[in-house]
Every structure is written in C-alpha cells, then in structure tokens.
Design a protein around this ligand. Sequence first.
Ligand SMILES: *Cc1c(COP(=O)(O)O)cnc(C)c1O
Length: 373
Amino acid sequence: MSEELIRECIKDLIPYEPGKPIEEVKRELGLEEVIKLASNENSLGPSPKAIEAIRENAPFVNLYPDGGGFYLRKKLAQKYGLKIENILLGNGSDEIIRMIVETFLNPGEEVIVGEPAFIIYQLASKVMEGKCIKVPLKDFTHDLKAMKERVSEKTKLVFISNPNNPTGTMVTKEEVDEFMEGLPSSLIVVFDEAYYEYIDDPKYPDTLKFVREGKNVIILRTFSKAYGLAGLRIGYALSTPSIITGLNRVRQPFNTNALAQKAAIAALDDQEHVQKSREMVKKGKDYLYAELKKLGLRFIPSVTNFILIDMKMDGKKIFQKLLKRGVIVRPMGGYNLPTYIRVTVGKREENEKFIQALKEAIEEVRNESSSGN
Ligand SMILES: *Cc1c(COP(=O)(O)O)cnc(C)c1O
C-alpha cells in the first residue's frame, strides 16, 4: 500500500504508546518476576465481587450484550442522583473521548488542551482534523486562566484532565468555577476524572453541579483505575441528555461487553475494596515520597495513584535499567519531559522493589556516564 492512501491528518500521527505489558517484558528480557507500575492500574486487583460476577456470567457470552448497558447506567444514575439519560458507557473512557470528537468536532475547529496532559485528547482531535491549542501547564497544573484566554469562536472542545495525567495535580473548585463563568455555549468542556476515587482534597470541584444545571459539560470516569477493571475496558460519561443523545449517534451498537457491564455493577457494590485501594495508595505515597527525598529526587506531589519524578538524567535510560530489574515504569519523553519517569503506586512490596531497583539504576547510569559510555 502506498503511504499516499492515508488521510492527510493521519500521516504524522504517532500511535499512543501504552505501558509495556508484563508478559512482553518477561519474554523479551527472559525474566521470571516482573511488576508493572506503568499504567496506574490497581495493584490490589479487581474486587472479588467483580471476579465472581465475571464467573457467573461467563456461560452467557454467546449472547450479544445489552448494547445500551441499561442496568449499569441505572446503577450509576442512582449513585449520582441522575437519570439514565445522563449516562453513556464506553469501551474505556478512551473510547468516549473518540466519540466526543466524532460527534462534535468539525474539521478546523479548535480544541484546547493542557501541555503536557493526557495525550489521547490530541490524538483523537487530529483524527477529526481539529486544531489543538496547547496551553502550557503552570507549576505542573492546568492553567485554567490561560486556557480560558485561548477560547475563541473557533473553540469547540476544552479537555481538562482533573487530576492530570501525567503530573498527578488537580485544579480546584474555585479555579473551575471561575473558568466556567461566562463561557460561551458554543463549546463543550470535558472534565476527565479518571482518578476521581482517589481524591480526598476538599478543594476538588463538584463538576456534577454543571451537569445538573444543564451546562455543556461532559464528565468522564472509569472502572480502569481505582476499581481495578482496566482489562475489561469500561468507562462512562455523565452529561446532559442532549449531549448523551448526540454521543449515542456515533456509539457502536455493542461498544461495551457483557462481562464488563456485570463486573462494573458488582464493583460498585464493593466500596470496601475501593477504600482499601485508597488506603494502599495513601500509605504507598507516604513511603515513596520519603524514599525519593532520601535519594534527593524531586517529584510532583500527587493527588492520584502515580508520581511524576524528575531523575535529572535521561528518563529513558532509567526506564531501561528498571526494566532489566523487572520493574516497568513509564518514561516521559513522549510528554516532552525527557528527564522524568512516572511510577504507579503499588503494594508495599512493589514499592520497595521499585525503590531498590531505582537506586541500582541511578548508580548504573552514573557509572556509565563517568566511564564515558
Ligand atoms: C487512564 C486514563 C484514562 C483512560 O481510562 P480508560 O477508561 O481505561 O480508557 C482516561 N483519562 C486519563 C487522564 C487517564 O489517566
């Protein structure tokens, strides 16, 4: 096939690079024990109730799923005091980001994003020939004032990753209220709240209020992170009935699978598991912060289950040295942060393994550079 056949807007697209899978690292490096702290998954695994629901429903996968996901939407509606018309399910919130640009973005219209923020917003927008306006973060946090200044009559979407991936920072209720004030109704604001369940800061904004007021706002949440169901691919959007109706026009008829829907319903009934996960992350962060300080490393304090760390050396090298030692983290070169790595907070023994491997990795990189390799 000739490259010319590819659409113009796709030609310079760089595919999203996910965290390396454990099996791949084992295979490629001949390792037996590998831990993955690269994709902000829940190290405690899924809720036992979710596993049970998957088992119980496995015999019925010969049947197509309920494409609309009625029971899960109903459950979410109850949880949030909304109607099922306010809710849309997606094959991960990633898919909903795609559906948002497909539904709302005309070629040439502008999308305002933070830089660096979750890269999928830009990828998805480019597929629809949208124009990304990248607004630099301020102190590793979305600069909502600067983002608002970039709003024009060409703006169709604004993506706010709150908390932000890869920095782990959040914008406050006050900042969001000021941002929303007087915004034109010709654009839609997307609050990506993938790490919502990990937040315990009282200054975190209640964005559901905007949905209740009928504002052009879409909230994205997911079962991939605190709920530990990343492999099942299920997330959801909370928005106004008219926005949800629009999104449903582009939704694949069976976009979320039957087991994912059942597991998600069961997971919602296991708030104890979510609480356990929160506690693991809180303790894990305390431990990691203390160890990173001892190593003299700068990190960005995080409201999520991951930490962005400045290695003050090539982050990709550290990533590779950690890989050799069976620890997968994420190098941040793709986010224009070449000296940084991002690590997911895991269980105590995983965090310890990471710190031990990190010490060795730093040592090795230093030795190599002093011997001129
Ligand atoms: C992990 C993540 C998502 C994607 O979650 P899925 O539901 O698994 O697609 C979305 N946004 C942010 C900011 C994330 O970090």
